[in-house]
Design a protein. Structure first.
Length: 279
């Protein structure tokens, strides 16, 4: 497939309710609106189809043959647009917090389930995912992190090592200011575009997109922010990535994987938890 020169990602900032049918109806309307805006893909916030309400049982979560997910697949095909739709889905024993990347042809390109669940809180009822994944959309390599995944630099680093050029982040949380800093840093250190969708609310919202391009050829610092929404705003926002500039930057600058000293990172694969981090 010929690689695109630009990728336009629409980002939805809206809080879903707890009715899958209504959430799907709303989501499909926003999908049409995103297409009218010229977007190539629409990113939804975390667990948009089901609503982010816990606790939830495995019986209540969506199955692989969910009619709601099928409706999004059909709409993507009819509109020739991609989407990252989100829901609580059935796991082996407990529900998972999942995202589906849907291609323009309506096919599911990738399912990703949240690796870092908030097991210290309501998400203790969930089953965590076991691996990160990437997929190709219109010749662009996409990776997905979900909300709390963002707090661990290894999440974005793993996706970068798998070839991700853009990292999409469905989200649902507040206290966003330090989290925006984390997302911007993930973009900078991995030379990946980072796009996040979060529902509105006091201390919440702030859906955003960051470019990884931190300076120009003369070493002058650039503004990496493409957009940051307000806390209470509701609706669609658009991030337009110039892929040629992004790829030129990734092929010439020194972050990412170029000068990593892997033998020095001997503790990264040690899962032992010690004080002061024992909970």
């Amino acid at each position: 497939m010929k690689k695109m020169s630009n990728l336009k990602i629409a980002v939805l900032q809206k809080r879903a309710g707890q009715n899958c049918e209504q959430n799907t109806k709303d989501g499909l309307a926003y999908l049409k609106q995103a297409k009218q805006m010229g977007a190539d893909l629409l990113l939804f916030p975390e667990c948009f189809i089901t609503g982010y309400a816990l606790p939830i049982t495995n019986d209540e979560a969506l199955g692989g043959d969910s009619p709601y997910i099928k409706q999004f697949c059909q709409a993507c095909s009819e509109l020739s647009i991609g989407a990252v739709v989100t829901a609580f889905t059935k796991g082996n024993a407990r529900p998972q917090n999942s995202a589906f990347v849907i291609g323009r042809d309506g096919q599911i390109l990738m399912k990703y389930s949240k690796v870092h669940t908030c097991a210290f809180s309501d998400e203790a009822c969930l089953e965590r995912g076991t691996a990160f994944s990437v997929c190709e959309f219109d010749g662009v390599t996409l990776g997905v992190m979900i909300c709390y995944d963002r707090e661990y630099p290894e999440s974005a680093r793993e996706l970068m090592l798998m070839g991700a050029e853009l990292i999409l982040v469905p989200n649902d949380c507040g206290s966003m200011e330090p989290r925006l800093c984390a997302l911007k840093t993930r973009a900078y250190e991995n030379m990946c575009g980072v796009v996040m969708a979060n529902p509105p609310g006091k201390g919440a919202g702030r859906s955003c997109a960051f470019s990884p391009i931190a300076w120009n050829e003369d070493g002058e610092c650039l503004n990496m922010e493409i957009f940051v929404a307000g806390e209470q705003e509701e609706g669609l926002f658009l991030a337009d990535y110039d892929l040629n500039k992004l790829r030129d930057y990734r092929s010439s600058e020194m972050m990412g994987n170029t000068f990593r000293n892997v033998p020095a990172y001997r503790h990264l694969m040690n899962g032992t938890v010690t004080e002061p981090f024992i909970r």
